[in-house]
Design a binder for this molecule. Structure first.
Ligand SMILES: NC(=O)c1ccc[n+]([C@@H]2O[C@H](COP(=O)([O-])OP(=O)(O)OC[C@H]3O[C@@H](n4cnc5c(N)ncnc54)[C@H](OP(=O)(O)O)[C@@H]3O)[C@@H](O)[C@H]2O)c1
Length: 307
């Protein structure tokens, strides 16, 4: 760790004393050089802690409040003090543990936004890959709560957890025949809606398991390190709808994205959305935290603590 001066919040910014920082797969992707950022770069997109100061014209009433927030420029959260974007700084609801708030406000907002971008219907059979992941586990819970039939696909050893998150069916996508097993589960039809976070071969297999004649598939991540190779002729012949749901979500207005985050926080406070914390590391062991994600050992979220 390096010592640097405290950052000063500008207009629309908040200075937070960081107690907890979330570790996201996106941090791993940038740190490993797969998504280059200008250097020097400090990882950390989401933080939880106490507001130390607000920028000029900001809401002074926030000072001293416990908040969860996304960082300015989507970086700088792995630190003792971080600048956050005022529009994405949310007081933690009374009674909700900071750790729960941190692990749900952003991942839950993304999960809700993805399902809404994909126009989830209660009659859908929904396939979710990386279903034991930080976002995947919340997608399973939200899709199930909306009345859909949920098929969660993950590594074999995570199957029990995926079932606990609420999936009706669990598939081990490290086996070659899992798309056929999904077709068996759906009477040969395939999944009406697919959300894929893995990319590569898994995404291509998920595409194969999508229902012909209107099945919707959305790609929102590439944890495997590769994007799926798509054949447009096949997609056209089979009548599939291919989405980039994250690009729909990120084009929502600030107010709409705030609404997703506030929904996630209130759903967690009501006990209707339950993020799972896989493990915690002190800030000084951020490298170990990244290894847990890279080695596919996590179920739910990984969190960094101040000490
Ligand atoms: N705002 C956001 O958080 C955001 C924004 C944009 C994109 N995304 C994308 O959303 C996806 C999920 O993010 P997350 O933070 O919730 O991560 P996560 O799902 O908790 O972790 C990634 C999971 O992907 C699976 N995976 C499959 N192949 C892998 C490989 N070769 N290496 C590592 N993991 C592999 C692993 O589960 P199994 O062991 O079950 O395979 C792993 O646990 C990521 O692709 C991320 O880039 C997130």
């Amino acid at each position: 760790m390096d010592d640097v001066d405290d950052p000063a919040p500008g207009a629309g910014q908040v200075l937070v004393d960081v107690d907890l920082a979330g570790v996201m797969f996106g941090d791993v992707i940038v740190r490993s050089g797969r998504w280059p950022m200008p250097l020097p770069w400090t990882p950390g997109i989401e933080v939880g802690g106490r507001v130390a100061a607000v920028g000029p014209g900001g809401d002074e009433g926030l000072v001293g409040k416990t908040v969860v927030a996304t960082t300015v420029g989507q970086s700088g959260g792995y630190a003792e003090r971080a600048l956050t974007t005022a529009a994405y700084t949310f007081p933690v609801p009374d009674g909700l543990p900071l750790e729960t708030a941190l692990t749900v406000f952003q991942a839950g907002a993304v999960a809700r936004g993805l399902l809404s971008a994909m126009r989830l219907r209660s009659e859908d059979t929904v396939l979710i890959t990386a279903a034991a992941g930080r976002i995947g586990s919340l997608l399973v819970q939200l899709a199930k709560a909306a009345g859909a039939t949920v098929v969660g696909a993950a590594s074999a050893e995570k199957g029990d957890a995926v079932r606990e998150f609420g999936a009706d069916h669990v598939l081990d996508y490290t086996t070659a025949d899992w798309p056929e097993r999904l077709r068996d589960l759906t009477g040969g039809r395939g999944a009406d809606l697919v959300l894929d976070a893995v990319g590569g071969t898994v995404a291509e297999q998920a595409l194969a398991a999508t229902a012909d004649g209107g099945g919707r598939i959305g790609f929102y991540g590439y944890a495997s390190g590769a994007f799926a190779e798509l054949n447009v002729q096949t997609i056209a012949r089979r009548g599939l709808a291919v989405y980039g749901p994250l690009g729909i979500l990120t084009r929502k207005t600030d107010a709409e994205q705030q609404d997703d985050a506030l929904y996630a926080l209130s759903a967690a406070a009501r006990g209707e959305l339950t993020p799972r914390i896989h493990t915690r590391f002190p800030l000084t062991q951020a490298a170990e935290a990244h290894q847990v994600l890279e080695q596919r050992r996590s179920i739910g979220a990984v969190v960094l603590t101040r000490s």
